[in-house]
Design a protein around this ligand. Structure first.
Ligand code: NIG
Ligand code: FE
Length: 419
């Protein structure tokens, strides 16, 4: 019946059943150009069937919208809804015990080599039922949604068997049915070696990560392919084998690169036209040009830098100068970044990495959408884009990065429906 109404509406272009005008607002459109944040003051915009049909200064609103339903936004700031483009949101348990050990001097790598780290979360994730994993993940997802988030990327990587990796992605997809959010799924079976394959990374790739990817992709569960390129993860040559399979399946790639040491994984990823390379604290300035040339985005994860109390910063100035798109994400995970506020990630990116508040907001809107391959629909407030927006109780967009531990979200405007 609903579909029938829509159809009627499309054919007989009268009334404004699915059309609404919003006015009395300040818009940060995040459109590229000369105006910071793409700001439009005294603005209005019009949504129709969940898409943006018109946007501009209120005084220029076309007369055809005169009789449309109207919402007065009371002078609030409106931005594209936020996008968290790097999370490990689905996982079992927590690692507060390792947090205590790190505070007493143990390093992240030492804990990983001793069988803790990612492997302890693998144990907890394998042991948890689907219901339990869903319940725990929803708590974190709801915190992200409270920060005005509309799109969340979620990786596998705590299953490390074909079935357990696929189970993680199924649960990730299910979260998108339970909440008004778009979920983007990433195959991260090459996260670490499970104990069953200790010392046999290539055999693990041949028996789990690569054939599992093929199966998960056939089930429609994979939007992109990721790996952990590190001394405690996988080598460049091993990641290349995984990426070859991704290319064969027509899937885009991204990579955890240069987080703890410089393996030149980012350069490899750029050769595969990766959508993004993530972390990058140890990226050499001389490798930045390769990212720019490939159009590969950089995803900055200040929550992990902060939690691991790192001191080497990613080469932000070099990436800015080279025109590399920079995103900011939570990296929400139980080990290196138990962070479930994207606004706090923006604040950390400014204070720890020297991003401007405008770059931080770009990093969770326009650039994050590009890093997920969703640039035509999400991340900017433009005609033809999805009407997924966030309305904020602030007078200037810099305040979104400035506050610590507060969410000034008034409401989301969304056409997404949860069950
Ligand atoms: O992005 N670096 C590898 N993966 C995660 C950490 C996962 C974990 O510690 O559980 C990261 O930091
Ligand atoms: Fe990560």
């Amino acid at each position: 019946m609903y579909a029938h109404i829509k159809l009627y509406h499309r054919f007989i272009d009268v009334g404004f059943m699915n059309t609404r005008v919003y006015d009395n607002c300040l818009l940060a459109t995040m459109v590229k150009g000369d105006v910071p944040y793409g700001l439009i003051s005294d603005a209005a915009f019009c949504l129709r069937d969940g898409y943006i049909e018109w946007v501009g200064e209120a005084k220029a609103l076309p007369p055809i919208y005169r009789d449309a339903a109207k919402t007065d936004l009371g002078g609030a700031l409106v931005t594209p809804a936020l996008i968290d483009c790097h999370t490990h949101l689905v996982h079992g348990g927590d690692r507060a015990g390792e947090f205590e050990m790190r505070l007493e001097g143990a390093t992240y790598e030492e804990l990983a080599r001793a069988g803790g780290g990612i492997l302890s979360t693998v144990k907890a994730t394998r042991a948890a039922s689907d219901e339990e994993l869903t319940r725990q993940s929803l708590v974190r997802l709801d915190r992200l949604l409270a920060d005005g988030v509309a799109v969340v990327e979620i990786k596998s990587g705590y299953g490390l068997t074909i079935d357990d990796e696929i189970r993680m992605l199924r649960i990730a997809r299910r979260l998108g049915d339970l909440r008004p959010v778009k979920i983007v799924t990433t195959w991260l079976a090459a996260h670490t070696l499970p104990v069953e394959y200790k010392g046999e990374a290539d055999r693990y790739l041949d028996e789990v990560a690569i054939p599992g990817l093929e199966r998960a992709a056939a089930e429609g569960l994979v939007d992109s392919v990721d790996g952990f390129c590190e001394t405690i993860g996988f080598s460049v040559a091993q990641i290349a084998r995984l990426f070859d399979k991704a290319v064969a399946l027509g899937l885009p790639v991204r990579l955890h690169a240069e987080q703890l040491s410089n393996q030149r994984g980012a350069v490899l990823a750029a050769e595969y036209q990766a959508l993004s390379v993530d972390h990058l604290e140890y990226l050499a300035k001389s490798d930045v040009a390769a990212l720019a040339a490939a159009g590969t985005g950089a995803v900055l994860l200040p929550g992990a830098f902060y939690t691991l109390r790192q001191s080497q910063q990613p080469p932000v100035a070099a990436m800015r100068d080279a025109g590399v798109g920079m995103s900011v994400a939570t990296d929400c995970n139980p080990g290196s970044s138990p962070l479930s506020s994207l606004l706090l990630a923006m604040n950390l990116a400014c204070n720890l990495f020297g991003l401007t508040p405008e770059e931080a907001l770009r990093g969770t809107t326009r650039e994050a959408a590009l890093a997920l391959g969703l640039g035509s629909e999400f991340g900017t407030l433009i005609k033809g884009g999805r009407g997924e927006l966030a309305v904020w109780n602030v007078s200037h967009p810099a305040q979104l990065s400035y506050h610590i531990g507060a969410t000034p979200l008034l409401r989301r405007i969304s056409a997404m429906e949860a069950v």
